[in-house]
Write a protein that binds this ligand. Structure first.
Ligand SMILES: *Cc1c(COP(=O)(O)O)cnc(C)c1O
Length: 387
């Protein structure tokens, strides 16, 4: 059997994979099993932040891998402690809990919010407000947090205690806070899986104000928007708010599994020994790689991300077949006149690999993609959109 047949036979049938078997890559280039070259405009869903085989990242990971690959959290290790310090210094967070994925980073955020409210306001203050069209993960609790019924179907009953409001609907959020026993509000600054939809500044400031006034925690899910993706270190920084908890994953590890939940002033002492944990969380190899990623996301680098974003928006706006462009930084969604699957398949045939978000083409290129590769990819995407 070839690889595609093997996969179809033996791997759980949860993915509608594209008909491409990827075997290698370098920087912004990927190669399939026929040796065909592609420009990577998806980075494995915003994960390989510096592309494939980035030299600094490979060096950091390899050095740690050949020194000590795992310890469990029964012991101290330098990469875990150093990464936590780096994240706290760059964000103002006070403590970081490490896990291995976005769903786990959100589980930790939800548990922290519940524990904070239980201790401060009482055990019945466990409700969490999330937004319709959000995506927070695939565990039973993060599915409950996800405000899209299509994901819930067939998995009921989910964890109880989630209340949903539409993005932009501050009145409903306020009503929930007044009438229910609410621990936290949780949202993505740009709804990624929901179709690359940024929240408005007014709405986010409104949420922050309501949270502050009512001692409700502000939890920002930066799993996709984090780590330079939006042109800011974390998406919330573009909104000028001060969250109480920030979860992240995807790009932070540069390609290795890593989740992080940052706890700010109000929540820094919520967790105590034994109240939460993870066997793999804070793995030294993943953390060593993450340090090499986060260290490089300085102002100069992020302003390059913004320039690339502007280039894409300016080049594609008003083009034939392009209805609208949404998103921030290098997390962009293109609404096309043609069916998105048709656009995507043209791109794939012509050596460019974007992904989808709902009915939009989603672009998540390496943050350090060269202008040359970006230009090539955008030209092909432009042609793909033409009707
Ligand atoms: C991808 C994603 C998750 C889930 O992350 P996993 O690593 O797949 O568990 C959660 N929240 C957001 C906003 C995401 O984009």
């Amino acid at each position: 059997m070839n690889i595609k047949e093997l996969d179809k036979n033996y791997v759980a049938n949860t993915y509608a994979r594209f008909p491409i078997e990827l075997v290698s890559g370098k920087g912004s280039k990927l190669y399939d099993s026929d040796g065909k070259e592609y420009i990577d405009m998806g980075t494995g869903i915003g994960v390989s932040a510096f592309g494939v085989g980035d030299e600094e990242w490979v060096k950091a990971v390899t050095e740690q891998l050949t020194t000590l690959q795992h310890t469990s959290n029964l012991y101290y290790t330098a990469p875990c402690a150093r990464l936590a310090e780096l994240l706290c210094t760059k964000t103002g967070a006070k403590k970081v809990f490490f896990s291995n994925s976005g769903a786990e980073a959100n589980e930790c955020a939800i548990k922290a919010a519940r524990k904070y409210a239980a201790e401060k306001k009482g055990a019945d203050f466990y409700k969490i407000i999330t937004l319709n069209n959000s995506f927070h993960g695939r565990t039973i609790t993060t599915l409950a947090a996800t405000g899209q019924e299509s994901f819930h179907k067939d998995f009921l009953p989910l964890t109880e205690g989630f209340l949903y409001a539409d993005a932009g609907d501050l009145e409903t959020v306020e009503k929930y806070i007044k009438e229910e026993k609410v621990a936290a509000i949780m949202f993505e600054t740009v709804q990624g899986e929901g179709g690359v939809v940024p929240l408005s500044k007014d709405f986010v400031s409104g949420l922050a104000k309501l949270a502050e006034e009512n001692d409700v925690l502000l939890v920002v899910d930066e799993v996709q928007t984090g780590n330079g993706r939006t042109g800011a270190l974390y998406g919330y920084m573009k909104y000028g708010i001060n969250p109480d908890i920030v979860s992240t994953a995807k790009g932070i590890g540069g390609g290795l599994p890593l989740g992080a939940t940052m706890l700010f002033e109000k929540t820094e002492n919520v967790y105590t020994p034994g109240s939460h944990g993870s066997t793999f969380g804070g793995n030294p190899v993943s953390c060593a790689g993450a340090i090499s990623i986060i260290e490089r996301l300085d102002e100069a680098f992020l302003s390059e991300v913004e320039k690339k974003s502007q280039y894409i928006i300016e080049t594609l706006s008003g083009c034939e077949g392009v209805k609208s462009i949404s998103g921030l930084g290098l997390m962009l969604g293109i609404e096309t006149e043609k069916d998105v699957n048709e656009v995507l398949s043209y791109c794939q045939q012509n050596g460019v690999l974007p992904i989808k978000a709902k009915n939009k083409l989603r672009l998540l290129p390496p943050l350090n993609i060269s202008f040359e590769d970006l230009e090539k990819a955008i030209n092909i995407i432009k042609k793909a959109c033409e009707v």
